[in-house]
Design a protein around this ligand. Structure first.
Ligand SMILES: [Zn+2]
Length: 255
């Protein structure tokens, strides 16, 4: 099993080797460790060097924070160009939704321009995008990704209106669901709509979940529960879902 979106650099580093050994024993083969800014990108690369088989690193800048400064952007872009053969994706990048109203019209224009630069960078170094762009931001993000034909993308924890979900699916991009799919009908509906060949699983850890996971630490082990739920929704065996979602992740995130 492959957790395709986790903030591994936010876990307790002193416990990571024990934790990862345990996760591996339980069947978690790899994770895409996504970064949120420049320092998180350096930490994520270091995690890849420490756990080269387990950690597929993605470098980027989380869109739900103020627009990236020029200096940080320049350093991050050159880091990605230099390390592009080591890394699995550009991410987490995208467009803001939750913090959008804090932005002025000109800032919003700037973050859209910057996202297009991320798309072009990923295209230049032939890496997929690990994208955060939910609700009213999904459609614009999809349009901007479309400016680079053949660019591969993964819309993580997708939440969007029906028509926009359909557009994402038709575009052939990948979509992932989190542990929320185990207890929320909105996410279960998404699983019904997305063909198994385009579906990925992720935890967005250490993000805390509700429902049966309330009060528990989020780890890649929750991917097992997601696989179980997808199997139930699609009327397939767990083994089939496990196999296909792993193949999908390899197809997108092959280093
Ligand atoms: Zn995230």
């Amino acid at each position: 099993m492959f957790d395709t979106h986790i903030h591994l650099d936010q876990y307790d580093w002193s416990k990571l080797s024990t934790l990862i050994a345990h996760w591996q024993e339980q069947g978690i083969q790899h994770v895409v460790a996504v970064a949120t800014n420049l320092s998180s990108s350096y930490r994520t690369l270091e995690l890849h060097h420490r756990f080269p088989e387990f950690v597929f690193p993605a470098l980027g800048y989380h869109p739900e924070q103020p627009p990236i400064g020029e200096q940080e952007k320049r350093e991050l872009f050159s880091l990605i160009k230099k390390e592009h053969q080591q890394i699995a994706a550009v991410g987490e990048v995208g467009l803001p939704h939750y913090t959008k109203e804090k932005l002025s019209a000109s800032q919003l224009e700037l973050v859209e321009e910057q996202f297009l630069e991320w798309v072009e960078l990923a295209n230049e170094v032939s890496l997929p995008l690990n994208i955060h762009a939910v609700h009213d931001s999904t459609e614009r993000a999809l349009e901007l990704v479309g400016k680079c034909p053949n660019q591969r993308a993964h819309f993580h924890w997708l939440k969007a209106p029906f028509e926009i979900r359909q557009k994402v699916i038709k575009s052939g991009h990948f979509v992932s669901v989190t542990p929320e799919v185990c207890y929320r009908t909105r996410d279960q509906q998404l699983v019904r709509e997305v063909p198994l060949t385009q579906l990925l699983v992720e935890t967005d850890g250490p993000w805390p979940f509700d429902g049966p996971f309330k009060g528990k630490q989020t780890t890649p082990l929750l991917v097992k529960e997601i696989v179980k739920t997808i199997a139930w929704i699609k009327g397939l065996s767990k083994a089939e879902v496990e196999k296909q979602t792993l193949e999908n992740a390899y197809r997108l995130y092959k280093r």
